[in-house]
Design a protein around this ligand. Sequence first.
Ligand SMILES: Nc1ncnc2c1ncn2[C@@H]1O[C@H](COP(=O)(O)OP(=O)(O)OP(=O)(O)O)[C@@H](O)[C@H]1O
Length: 332
Amino acid sequence: MTSQDWQPAAMPSALPGVGNPALSVRNITKRFQRKTVVNDIDLDLFPGEVYGLIGPNGAGKTTLMSMMVGAEMPTLGEIWIEGQLFRQDQNSPQLQRCIGFLPDDYPLYDDLTVWQYLEYFARLYGISPGLRHRRIYDILELVQLSSKHHSRTTELSRGMKQRLGLARAIIHQPSVLVLDEPVSGLDPVARMEFRDIIKALQQSGMTILISSHVLSDLADFCSTIGIMELGYLVESAPLNELYNRLSRRQIFIATLGEGPALAQALDAHACVVSQTRVSDREICVEFAGDEAAAGELLRSLIAAGIPLCQFNHTREDLETIFLKHLDHKQVS
Ligand SMILES: Nc1ncnc2c1ncn2[C@@H]1O[C@H](COP(=O)(O)OP(=O)(O)OP(=O)(O)O)[C@@H](O)[C@H]1O
């Protein structure tokens, strides 16, 4: 198929109880010269969802996001915003206004103050003079830059600049916010400040797509995770489902009683895959169940009269899942 014989397909369907996607792409593909860097991807962002996009350098995350916000023209495929087909060549400013975008590199105009910078964008978005002042004031509060409103943008720290970029991206109150590596190069405190703002936006019901290499941050606030590799979206699932499916769980158990009695009680449990004896009274269990099943194991050991003094349930984190995913792909 070429872009000439492209035909729109049906509108992406709603999820029961969630509604229509706020932003969707169907069969989206991008080629630069002969190289395909985004390959036939379908993706839905549902209202209120925080979707974390991860993948190694060069996987195609920025290119995918740029197409989703209309900044890059797809070679093939469709973009749907709030249930309407978005055609970049037909210039749909009302659809583009539904989206806020913070690219990984964006200009801050050096000769402007923080307030002037936001005012400039508020004017560009046509926010009326009556509303403008209040909007800028509220957004500066949200991004914790109120005290800097007279400062020139050159005087801001990197973390403050990122928060100002975020303020610019939401000045027109978009329903969907797309953030490309917003915390890259920030120190832990600046990252935490940024995370708190994302959580506040999430609580206000904004739909958010965010890419990052800091997976612990994403695990903290994302509801869904997508993994990209070599232009493909190889995984896309709710975070909890990923943990249940891909994360190895272990339980460290210690007893004040006899080790063999503990081992025997563990043998009887269906989710105990293997046991490793750590000491006479300590066993590490590889566990195939979820948190509810671990709770059930704990109750059954107590009911069996095992005098437990430790029961420590751990699961592999998002970073480990991601690295295992890459290893697996390289082996297979
Ligand atoms: N304008 C362009 N012309 C040619 N190739 C490009 C262009 N933009 C991106 N690419 C290539 O597309 C591939 C995907 O790049 P992209 O920036 O989308 O990856 P990414 O997953 O965002 O990487 P990173 O995590 O390093 O930001 C890379 O091989 C890159 O070199």
